[in-house]
Design a protein around this ligand. Structure first.
Ligand SMILES: Cc1cc2nc3c(=O)[nH]c(=O)nc-3n(C[C@H](O)[C@H](O)[C@H](O)COP(=O)(O)O)c2cc1C
Length: 395
């Protein structure tokens, strides 16, 4: 990716701090980043932080004698392979949708002849406002690509869609747009991600702490290499990565059915944290608290999705499972490889604080040939390396 260049416009929203992490991910992957910081953006992150991480100067003024002499604003708008707006404020979206050129960021967006990717971030009411809906539709019609927003709790205290996509998801969307080599073109991949939710009654369920971040990152990384990806996802608050076909499920049984419906495929990566057990019976109405005390909940075993896909008549050529372990990580992963009949196990030590739900992961790739340990890295980076490795294994 050394020769790839991104022009990153950072708008004025709380999520601007996440743009710093995005720059770090891009630089680590060898992508050059040239930042433009809006006047409002500079209220949230400093030009110094952006410049230090991007290892380039920050452009902020339209009317700057020195900047204009060094690199005119038109040249700046064409100096990259891709223009990324993160966070894309309601204001920047409105300006771009209407062709305004009233500052450096909007002028650049109007003057560029390169693809544009926006990662919107704003309060839920602003996102749902009719004006923003119109601007979004216009920008989409103009060919602008979008990543996110996600749904969730916001800095302003409200809840809903409007949170900027995680830096890892934006990074993946960028890679997908920059990637010209598409070694997985024409190959189908099934990726499972997130937790499952096993109902006890209409209001209660058994679930787990999986965020879905690693699985979503892998789905995005495979799509970036050209794979036709079906992401079978348990309940998460994440937006589907660009170019990925998401199927939403809740229970392990639904997840297995969705995987089987997605066959045939060349690749299966089972990242989801599937509940091992589910309640034997599901109450038709809410179980009442009563004098009899807590109700006994009998559990039955759930189907083993990894083992089922590994033994399927239409078995994918490469079946990869994830093993979230807290102790004897590699020994358990080797045992799991044999027991499930899959090709690789990606073992991750979830006893390390911040792995489950966090952004970093330290994994070991366990195959019949041995164990390869990868250093702790952002989940997006782990996903990118794994997708490359999958492409090498499937010529
Ligand atoms: C504390 C604070 C947070 C803000 N967060 C957002 C935001 O997340 N999204 C947004 O569209 N506008 C947000 N705004 C409003 C923008 O900063 C404002 O519309 C500004 O003019 C945007 O300028 P820009 O689009 O050139 O960056 C926020 C304003 C304040 C004071």
């Amino acid at each position: 990716m050394d020769e790839k260049r991104v022009l990153l416009i950072v708008g004025g929203g709380i999520a601007a701090y996440k743009a710093l992490e995005l720059v770090r991910l891009l630089r680590k992957a060898g992508v050059a980043v040239r930042p433009i910081l809006t006047k409002a953006g500079a209220q949230f992150v400093t030009p110094l932080s952006l410049s230090a991480l991007a290892e380039d100067k920050v452009y902020a003024q339209l009317f700057s004698l020195t900047d204009e002499a060094e690199m005119g604003h038109i040249e700046l708008s064409r100096s990259a392979d891709l223009v990324v707006v993160a966070p894309a404020t309601a204001d920047l979206m409105a300006k771009a949708a209407n062709g305004l050129a009233s500052d450096l960021a909007s002028t650049t967006l109007l003057a560029t002849d390169k693809p544009v990717l926006m990662a919107p971030a704003m309060n839920v009411r602003m996102w749902e406002h009719a004006a923003t809906r119109r601007n979004l539709a216009q920008l989409q019609a103009d060919g602008v690509r979008f990543v996110g927003p996600d749904e969730g709790a916001m800095a302003c205290g409200e809840y809903g869609p409007g949170r900027m996509a995680e830096p890892a998801a934006i990074f993946q969307a960028i890679l997908a747009l920059l990637e010209t080599a598409r070694p997985l073109e024409g190959k189908r991949a099934i990726v499972t991600a997130g937790p499952t939710a096993e109902p006890i009654d209409p209001v209660r369920m058994i679930t787990n702490r999986s965020s879905g971040k690693q699985g979503y990152a892998i789905a995005g990384a495979l799509a970036a290499l050209g794979a036709d990806v079906v992401l079978v996802s348990g309940p998460t608050a994440l937006a589907a990565p660009a170019g990925v076909n998401r199927v939403n499920v809740e229970t392990a049984q639904e997840m297995l059915s969705a995987c089987e419906a997605a066959l045939p495929a060349e690749i299966a990566v089972c990242v989801a944290a599937v509940a091992d057990w589910r309640p034997e019976t599901v109450g038709g109405s809410k179980l009442k608290k009563g004098a009899a005390g807590p109700p006994p909940i009998a559990l039955v075993e759930n189907p083993d999705i990894l083992a089922t896909l590994s033994k399927a008549a239409r078995r994918p050529r490469l079946v990869i499972g994830f093993a979230a372990e807290t102790d004897d990580v590699e020994a358990n992963a080797k045992a799991k490889l044999r027991k499930k009949g899959c090709d690789w196990i990606v073992a991750n030590d979830v006893s390390v604080a911040g792995t489950m739900g966090g952004d970093l992961n330290a994994v070991a790739i366990v195959t019949a040939k041995g164990v390869e340990r990868w250093e702790r890295a952002p989940k997006a980076e782990v996903a990118r390396r794994l997708a490359q490795r999958i492409a090498e294994a499937l010529p």
